[in-house]
Write a protein that binds this ligand. Structure first.
Ligand SMILES: NC(=O)c1ccc[n+]([C@@H]2O[C@H](COP(=O)([O-])OP(=O)(O)OC[C@H]3O[C@@H](n4cnc5c(N)ncnc54)[C@H](OP(=O)(O)O)[C@@H]3O)[C@@H](O)[C@H]2O)c1
Length: 134
C-alpha cells in the first residue's frame, strides 16, 4: 500500500487560500512561522504532488531536498502514485486535487491557524471520510 499523506494549514473556519496565495501570506506571528517551518521539515526527502498553482508557489530553495511535481487533471491519481514506488507521497492541494486524491490518502496533517479573515479556497471535511483504498 503506497504511503500517501496530505498536509495543510487552515484558518479557524477552514480557510485555505486567497487570490492564489495563503490567506495569511506575510503573517509573522509565531504560529504562522512555525507552520511554514514544519511544512518544510515534514515533507523533506519526500514527493510533493500538487496542482499547478500550488506547485509553482514552492520556493526554489525547497526543491533541492524534495521532489516537487505539478500534476494535471488529465492524469489518473493511481497512475501518478505509481510513478514513485517506495516513496512517501504528500498531496499538497489545492482543493480539486484533495477531492480527487482523498480516497487514497491515509494520513492527514491539518494545522489550524489563528486566522479568521476572507478566503476563496476552503478545506472540505468530507476529504477525511472519503473512503476508498487508503
Ligand atoms: N493552506 C494550505 O495548506 C494550502 C495548500 C495548498 C494550496 N493552498 C492554496 O490553494 C490555492 C491554490 O489552489 P487552486 O485550487 O487554486 O490551484 P492548484 O494548486 O493549481 O490546484 C487545482 C488544479 O489542480 C489540477 N489537478 C491536478 N490533478 C487533478 C485531479 N486529479 N483532479 C482535479 N484537478 C487536478 C487542476 O488543474 P488542471 O485542470 O489545469 O490540470 C486544478 O484546477 C492557493 O490560494 C494556495 O495558497 C493552500
Amino acid at each position: 500500500m503506497p504511503d500517501i499523506r496530505a498536509m495543510c494549514a487552515i484558518g479557524t473556519r477552514g480557510q485555505l487560500g486567497l487570490r492564489g496565495r495563503l490567506p495569511w501570506e506575510g503573517a509573522t506571528g509565531p504560529a504562522f512561522v512555525a507552520d511554514v517551518e514544519r511544512f518544510f521539515e515534514v515533507t523533506r526527502g519526500h514527493v510533493l504532488i500538487a496542482g499547478p498553482r500550488t506547485a509553482e508557489s514552492v520556493p526554489d530553495f525547497a526543491r533541492a531536498d524534495r521532489t516537487v511535481v505539478a500534476i494535471r487533471s488529465g492524469e489518473a491519481p493511481e497512475e501518478v502514485i505509481a510513478r514513485y514506488p517506495g516513496r512517501v507521497i504528500y498531496v499538497g492541494g489545492g482543493p480539486a486535487v484533495w477531492t480527487a486524491y482523498a480516497p487514497l490518502i491515509r494520513h492527514w496533517d491539518v494545522t489550524r491557524l489563528p486566522y479568521d479573515g476572507e478566503a476563496d479556497r476552503w478545506f472540505d471535511p468530507a476529504w477525511l471520510v472519503a473512503g476508498g483504498a487508503a
